[in-house]
Design a protein around this ligand. Structure first.
Ligand SMILES: Cc1ncc(COP(=O)(O)O)c(C=O)c1O
Ligand SMILES: [Zn+2]
Length: 411
């Protein structure tokens, strides 16, 4: 490993017992098998230094486990996506100050490009020969594209029942897309087994997971910077493995401790689809642990029945006074159409889940409509067209005559 391969990261620390491991392709604590997380010794970082950086996640490179020269190696340069004031949606839901962080505009159209860029850096620094992942769809797209650009062999594993566009969006970048007859949790188990058997395979969300996960912090950094270096009061985030939600919270905490934003209280809310809602169920039952479920929902990108970060999501949402909620597939579809019709943003089922949960949180009084709220749109509707194809379409099909047009009543 070269000097500075992981930037200001100093080691890996166990989230359960705090035991420190050296930087490397490790993800489980040798003492207690708890998950590992990157630990840092941050230098003083100023807003001006960040603002002078590139308009992508590398503007925050001092806060990520990547080398100082990260911008010089080929990658997809994700991030710095739009933070849009969502007054129309806010009015519809009765919220005073609402923003949408729109990550559908990333290179492969989901927030996964962020985490994959960090995992790619780790894979490269560790000398991996294969860049791989088990995925619910979006991660496979991001890994396949980033690997192509970096010139490293990619192998991506997905459940075979995934939406066709998500399959094509991977297969176009890689010849080695493997569809597995099973759930995501089966695919994930298979990936862990392969990672244990094969040398030099970097599974982004398995054996380089600590580095991968840090990429989601950039969503939190960007929200704060784009609000003018301050934190929102409330943020609503979709939950599959739960990694993203916990990292947005970590980002807010880091910004406070680095003095880049003023310390304040904020609430973090998690969103799941009812057909795969193990974290929401545990939250509502007051349980500290998450009981695995077998997913059955159109929100396939969120269909992780045994979420690795589930207990940490519960911790964050409880500590900050937020909540975890879930909505039915019908409410997911309504959420997609509502965001499209109010803000002109076409989200995928994960975003439909998040918008649906936002609405439910307001209706049930769990979220304060007078406070400033950010909802994260993590993906793109063109990848899950079937979810709404039966619900929207032409208002009329007519012959090309004015009389026929008038007969529709649209004029
Ligand atoms: C579009 C989209 N949003 C959200 C998530 C959830 O991410 P996490 O596994 O970090 O909870 C995923 C995960 O696959 C996703 O594809
Ligand atoms: Zn431990």
């Amino acid at each position: 490993m070269r000097e500075g391969a992981f930037g200001n990261a100093t080691g890996l620390s166990c989230r359960e017992c705090g035991h420190r491991s050296p930087l490397g392709p490790h993800y489980a604590c040798p003492e207690c098998f708890g998950p590992l997380e990157v630990a840092y010794a941050f230098p003083a970082v100023t807003r001006e230094e960040i603002e002078a950086g590139p308009r992508n996640i590398w503007r925050y490179r001092a806060l990520l486990p990547v080398p100082a020269d990260i911008t010089e190696s080929p990658n997809t340069e994700p991030g710095f996506t739009r933070l849009l004031r969502a007054d129309n949606l806010g009015r519809e839901l009765g919220l005073h100050r609402l923003w949408v962080k729109d990550d559908s505009t990333n290179p492969t159209h989901s927030f996964k490009d962020r985490v994959v860029a960090c995992a790619l850096s780790a894979a490269r620094e560790l000398g991996a020969k294969v860049f791989a992942c088990p995925s619910t769809g979006n991660l496979a797209n991001a890994v396949a594209a980033a690997g192509a650009r970096a010139g490293i062999r990619t192998v991506v594993l997905i459940p075979s029942n995934l939406e066709q566009p998500k399959q094509v969006n991977s297969a176009v970048y890689t010849e080695q897309l493997v569809a597995v007859n099973g759930t995501y949790d089966d695919v994930n188990r298979l990936a862990s087994e392969i990672a244990g058997e094969e040398d030099g395979w970097a599974f982004v969300n398995v054996n380089v997971r600590p580095f991968y996960a840090e990429g989601s912090k950039t969503l939190g950094y960007e929200i704060a910077e784009q609000l003018g270096w301050r934190l929102p009061d409330q943020v609503v985030i979709p939950v599959a493995s739960g990694s993203q939600l916990t990292k947005v919270d970590k980002a807010f905490q880091e910004l406070i401790s680095l003095g880049l934003v003023e310390a304040k209280e904020y609430r973090v809310y998690g969103a799941q689809a009812t057909g795969c809602s193990p974290v929401s169920a545990a939250f509502k039952q007051g349980q500290p642990v998450v009981r695995p479920v077998k997913p059955d929902t159109i929100a396939k990108s969120l269909a992780i029945g045994n979420p690795a970060d589930g207990p940490y999501v519960l911790d964050v949402c409880r500590r900050t006074g937020g909540a975890v909620e879930d909505v039915t597939d019908e409410e997911v579809r309504e959420g997609i159409i509502l965001l499209a019709r109010t803000e002109g943003i076409f989200t995928e089922t994960a975003g439909g889940t998040t918008v649906g949960v936002l609405r439910k949180l307001v209706e049930t009084g769990q979220l304060d409509p007078t406070l400033e709220t950010v909802v994260i749109n993590t993906g793109m509707g063109l990848k899950t067209l079937d979810a709404v194809a039966g619900r929207v379409g032409p208002a009329a099909v007519i012959d090309p005559s004015y009389a026929a047009f008038v007969a529709t009543g649209i004029a």
